[in-house]
Design a binder for this molecule. Structure first.
Ligand code: PEP
Ligand code: MN
Length: 325
């Protein structure tokens, strides 16, 4: 076709180009949608990817962490310190949360800290302590990996590997973690949309690892009175779009110890499959996130209260006792 644009005034040429470009973009979007039957727009134009989609797999995925099942009818509670700080701190906290009914122990050995001058975690020494208390209590361990070079090391100690909010879009890390066959706890990026979040999970599933648990941990908004804004609407949305289990972290989601119990109960009420919470034997002396950590008594009380909320929504707090404890 002969291009007659040179006959038109300049401002009209500019408009034609803009419209043409928009059409190309629309066509590309249409093509992408058509190549993937699960990529249909939902709720105002966002789309969901394939393997994580409930359309691909209508039945809920149940992730089994050494006998503790997440995604079924029981609600699983993960508790423990933000960071492994010492033998005494970890062991006292672990024994107590187990006594109160926690099913899985958390504790960071490699910590993503906003300041390079803050405590960075004990590294492999922290992993070793987690290994010892895992043997004693029988509680499965979840701990974070931040670097592709550490996936193998962390996987050799952990029962479940955590990929934190800051690394949700670290694609090499997602792929590497996907290649190891351990369950993965993938936290929502603090600035990630639901679609971006599901795409990140898709990276892991694409490696053949379907043992992925999603975790809403608060997003950044204009609000400054809380550390993050805990997006509880993400729970029903994620559960509707995906077959993966969804848990909630009210500790990072609020950054406020006193608010954690209320939001934990709310999370159970809106359908979360579990909770991950920071608990410390001496929160006021914690090296990391003490202001949002429950003390041991507060956690015990919350566990009792959660039972009532769970039963009100037709579920139970998992009472699964680890097999070799
Ligand atoms: C954590 O769970 O210790 C943590 C750092 O969480 P997030 O990645 O959600 O900030
Ligand atoms: Mn923390």
């Amino acid at each position: 076709m002969v291009n007659l644009c040179f006959l038109l005034p300049h401002h009209l040429i500019r408009n034609i180009n803009v419209e043409a470009k928009q059409e190309v973009i629309n066509n590309i979007n249409k093509d992408i949608m058509e190549t993937n039957p699960c990529n249909k727009p939902i709720n105002g134009g966002s789309s969901i990817p394939s393997r994580v989609s409930r359309k691909t797999k209508p039945d809920a995925t149940i992730v089994n962490i050494n006998g503790v099942k997440v995604g079924g009818s029981d609600i699983v509670v993960i508790a423990g310190p933000c960071a492994v700080e010492s033998r005494e701190q970890l062991f006292e906290t672990a024994r107590s949360v187990k006594e109160s009914g926690a099913n899985i122990l958390r504790g960071g050995a490699f910590k993503p800290r906003s300041s390079p001058y803050n405590f960075q975690g004990l590294g492999e020494d922290g992993l070793k302590l987690l290994g010892i208390i895992r043997e004693e209590t029988g509680l499965p361990i979840v701990t974070e990996v931040m670097d592709t070079r550490q996936v193998e090391l962390v996987a050799s100690y952990a029962d479940m590997i955590q990929i934190g909010s800051r690394n949700m879009q670290n694609y090499p890390l997602l792929k590497e973690a996907g290649m190891c066959r351990k369950p993965i706890l993938l936290k929502r990026g603090m600035m990630a949309t639901i679609e971006e979040y599901l795409m990140a999970a898709e990276y892991i599933l694409n490696q053949g690892n379907e043992h992925v648990i999603l975790c809403e941990r608060g997003i950044r908004t204009f609000e400054t009175s809380t550390r993050n804004t805990l997006d509880l609407s993400a729970i029903p949305m994620l559960k509707r779009l995906s077959h993966l289990p969804v848990i909630v972290d009210p500790s990072h989601g609020t950054g406020l110890r006193w608010m954690v119990p209320a939001m934990a109960k709310a999370a159970v009420a809106v359908g979360a499959d579990g909770l991950i919470m920071e608990v410390h034997y001496k929160p006021e002396a914690a090296l990391c996130d003490g202001y949002q950590s429950l003390n041991l008594d507060e956690f015990a009380q919350l566990m009792a209260d959660l039972k009532k909320i769970a039963s009100a929504v037709g579920r139970e707090i998992s009472s699964l006792k680890p097999s070799h404890a």
